[in-house]
Design a protein around this ligand. Structure first.
Ligand SMILES: C[S@@+](CC[C@H](N)C(=O)[O-])C[C@H]1O[C@@H](n2cnc3c(N)ncnc32)[C@H](O)[C@@H]1O
Length: 184
């Protein structure tokens, strides 16, 4: 193939590969052998604040973030409110980053990060569960949330509903929805 036709073809293939693998992971390369149900996109800090505030997180809470990314939600729950927290995250690189962030924030005695699949992790000790996943993942999680969480536990989701659960509160923070429920 001549350079005149080869170079545009190479550019087109590169663009296609970027489109397939790139947009969902922009700014956050994920390990190639990790198969998350949804790629890493961090919750903005003002939305983290709103999620913890609407759930009335206190020092007696145990906050689980299912798909915890860089750990920001449970770290902030510990730093601001003195809560304990567990992040469940499938990507080992993100687990490592979250543990480092917890040390930097001075809360490594209050939070821990488990590398694993959120669908295979027991979160029955949670009093607050936070989510930033997708509508279909939340739907798959619905029965596990009902089964494992005790009455009075709170669930907060950034952006996405959980099946047909009617939220007690639906806030808008900088264009992002924060949905809140209490388990009955
Ligand atoms: C949209 S990000 C949210 C990160 C963090 N919760 C936040 O709000 O900043 C979703 C996270 O879920 C993780 N994830 C996807 N599927 C998972 C699974 N089956 N088990 C555990 N973590 C998963 C991804 O690696 C990613 O870090």
């Amino acid at each position: 193939m001549k350079a005149r036709t080869f170079l545009p073809a190479l550019a087109a293939v590169s663009l296609a590969l970027w489109w397939i693998g790139g947009p969902a992971t922009l700014g956050a390369a994920q390990s190639p052998d990790v198969h998350p149900d949804i790629h890493y996109v961090p919750t903005p800090n003002d939305v983290v604040d709103a999620m913890l505030t609407v759930a009335h997180v206190t020092g007696t809470d145990m906050v689980y973030d299912l798909g915890s990314g860089d750990g920001r939600i449970v770290i902030e729950a510990a730093r601001r409110f003195g809560a304990r927290g567990v992040g469940v995250e499938i990507d080992p690189d993100l687990v490592k980053r979250a543990r480092e962030n917890a040390v930097k924030a001075g809360v490594s005695d209050k939070v821990s990060f488990v590398q694993g699949d959120l669908f295979k992790t027991d979160f029955s000790s949670a009093t607050v569960v936070t989510l930033y996943l997708s509508p279909s993942i939340n739907l798959r999680l619905e029965s596990k949330l009902k089964r494992e969480l005790k009455p009075g536990s709170r669930v907060v989701s950034h952006r996405f509903p959980i099946g047909d659960w009617a939220p007690e509160q639906d806030l808008t923070v900088g264009g992002n929805h924060v949905l809140f429920w209490t388990i009955r």
